[in-house]
Design a protein around this ligand. Structure first.
Ligand SMILES: NC(=O)c1ccc[n+]([C@@H]2O[C@H](COP(=O)([O-])OP(=O)(O)OC[C@H]3O[C@@H](n4cnc5c(N)ncnc54)[C@H](OP(=O)(O)O)[C@@H]3O)[C@@H](O)[C@H]2O)c1
Length: 291
């Protein structure tokens, strides 16, 4: 198997390159320093350079600054919407299959049960709208592509919520975390495994939900994160995190109140579910070291 990872230096991309390599797949990883995907002449390098052909391309490159996207709307639409569509069309021509990563933020959060792939999206933020545009353009120009929605990512190679919580708790800072938004925390180590399992299987193109197996609020996730960190480091101090509401913590971008992803479709392909949050968090903190 030969694979190409775009966004290879990002939080997910780094673990994906490692997972592909661990499986013995010949893997090329590229990031902004190699190719700016918003520049068409640079994108041409993907087919002109002497890398040979690929069985799978994983597109993890994205504009991921959710709040900043409210102002930088055009840039977010370009990198998360237009560019994935152009890449999907190029890879369809090259006969390289594509896994494109999308988000739970395409949903409005009004559901009362986990979102399935065929539930209607209704993004509430500029970032969510840009990612939804990407989903649509990718599948329009390349129906064989797998568009994998994921959520609440954390991994050892980037800034993440559990890392921020552990660092703040270690520093003795008071912690206040929203308790009225519920989602699916997902470890990039587990997601990389599931994305590679999907590629190895090669199912039909379309939407797939690839997220962690447990639903919880940010407040519950903060508690689980700090407890796991404390346990891993033999620290025996009380963990006191004040639950607050979204209204107490206003942000430029609106987040869905409920964006849990139903992963039944991927499970029905025989792909093993991701690990429970505590097991993934323990692994995450071991690899991270000092937060
Ligand atoms: N993080 C989450 O909680 C979350 C949740 C749901 C879905 N997702 C999706 O999951 C995917 C991976 O997210 P992530 O958190 O791993 O993202 P990330 O760490 O921000 O990685 C994205 C990578 O893309 C690169 N990039 C930015 N602009 C580029 C350009 N013009 N050309 C080429 N590369 C460019 C970035 O480089 P620079 O760092 O140098 O800009 C970065 O290395 C994204 O599609 C994201 O939308 C993320």
């Amino acid at each position: 198997m030969r694979s190409l990872v775009l966004g290879a230096a990002g939080m997910l991309g780094t673990d994906l390159v490692a997972e592909c390599t661990r499986r013995g797949w010949e893997t090329v990883g590229l990031d902004l320093a190699d190719i700016d995907l918003t520049v068409p002449t640079q994108v041409q390098k993907l087919k002109d350079r002497d890398w040979g052909s690929f069985d799978w391309v994983f597109n993890c490159a994205a504009y991921t600054a959710v709040d900043k996207a409210e102002e930088e709307t055009a840039l977010a639409q370009r990198l998360n919407g237009i560019v994935p569509g152009m890449l999907a069309s190029l890879f369809a021509d090259m006969k390289w299959r594509l896994v494109h990563i999308s988000t739970d933020f395409v949903f409005d959060g009004g559901a009362t049960r986990p979102y399935r792939e065929d539930d209607p999206p209704n993004p509430q933020s500029s970032y969510g709208r840009s990612k939804l545009l990407g989903e649509k353009l990718v599948l329009q120009s390349n129906p064989d592509a797998l568009v994998c929605r994921t959520a609440w990512l954390y991994g050892p190679h980037g800034k993440s919520f559990p890392r921020t919580m552990a660092a703040a708790w270690s520093a003795g800072k008071p912690l206040r975390v929203v308790a009225d938004q519920t989602g699916s925390p997902t470890c990039t180590l587990d997601l990389a495994r599931v994305l590679c399992d999907l590629a190895a299987l090669g199912p039909a193109g379309g939407l797939y939900h690839t997220a962690g197996p447990e639903e919880m609020t940010w407040h519950a996730f903060a508690l689980r994160s700090v407890h796991t960190y404390a346990l891993a480091n033999g620290l025996d101090r009380p963990v006191d995190i004040e639950p607050i509401t979204t209204a107490d913590w206003p942000t430029p971008a609106k987040r869905p109140a409920y964006s849990v992803l139903d992963t039944t479709k991927v499970a029905s392909l025989g792909i093993e579910a991701m690990r429970p949050v505590d097991a993934s968090l323990a692994d995450f903190f071991t690899l991270l070291g000092t937060p």
